[in-house]
Design a protein around this ligand. Structure first.
Ligand SMILES: [Fe+2]
Ligand SMILES: [Fe+2]
Length: 193
C-alpha cells in the first residue's frame, strides 16, 4: 500500500533493541517534528479550509503520540534526551522543489510529508512484528495504523491541490530518490536511522 522501493533490513530491529532509551528519545522528537511540520503547512496555506481542518487534527494526533512516547520513557525510568537531528529527513528535504511556483512547492511539501509517514509506518510495522518487547510491539502496531492514515491524508491533499501538476509522476520521482537514500540507513537506533 505504501509503494516504497526498499524494505528495511530486519537486522535494524536488533540494533534498536540494544538501546531502547535512545530509540524512544529519537521517536519522541520525530512526533514533535511531525506536529511542527503540520502546523508549518497550515501557516503557509491557511486559505484551504479542508486542509487546515484535517492538519489541525493530524497535528493533535502527533502531539498525542509524543505524549505517549514520553509516558513510556517516564514509566521505564528513562530520560527524554535532547532533540535529535534527523539526517534522513534533512536529506529528503533537499529533494523538494523550492524554486518553482507556490503550488509546486505546496505539492512537494505534501509529498515530502507523505513519504516520511510512509517510511515511519514501514519502520513501525517492522518493530511491531519483530521487537522482543510486548508493550512496544503493541504500541508500534497502533502507531503504524495511525501513520498509515496520515500518509493517505497527505497524498490525497497533494492530488487535490495539485490540479495541473503531474502529482503521480512527482511522487514516483520521490519514491525513486528515497529508495536510493534509504540504502545508506538501517544502521542506527533511530526511527529513520
Ligand atoms: Fe505520529
Ligand atoms: Fe504521522
Amino acid at each position: 500500500m505504501l509503494h516504497l522501493k526498499l524494505e528495511t533490513d530486519p537486522r535494524w530491529v536488533t540494533i534498536v533493541e540494544s538501546n531502547i532509551e535512545e530509540i524512544l528519545t529519537d521517536h519522541a522528537w520525530c512526533e514533535q517534528k511531525a506536529a511542527t511540520n503540520a502546523i508549518t503547512i497550515i501557516t503557509h496555506n491557511s486559505e484551504h479550509e479542508e486542509l487546515v481542518t484535517e492538519l489541525l487534527k493530524l497535528a493533535k494526533e502527533e502531539l498525542e503520540h509524543f505524549q505517549m512516547v514520553h509516558d513510556i520513557i517516564k514509566k521505564r525510568g528513562y530520560t527524554l534526551g535532547r532533540e535529535r537531528k534527523d539526517h534522513y529527513v534533512n536529506q529528503l528535504y533537499k529533494f523538494m522543489n523550492k524554486g518553482g511556483s507556490r503550488q509546486q512547492s505546496f505539492v512537494d511539501r505534501l509529498l515530502f510529508s507523505a513519504m516520511i509517514e510512509a517510511r515511519s509506518c514501514e519502520r513501525f510495522k517492522l518493530l511491531s512484528e519483530r521487537i522482543n518487547d510486548e508493550e512496544l510491539s503493541k504500541f508500534y502496531h497502533d502507531l503504524m495504523i495511525s501513520e498509515a492514515g496520515h500518509y493517505t491524508t497527505f497524498i490525497t491533499f497533494a492530488r487535490q491541490y495539485g490540479k495541473g501538476i503531474d502529482v503521480d509522476k512527482r511522487w514516483q520521482e520521490l519514491v525513486e530518490f528515497e529508495g536510493i537514500l534509504i540504502k545508506s540507513y538501517g544502521k542506527s537506533e533511530t526511527i529513520h536511522g
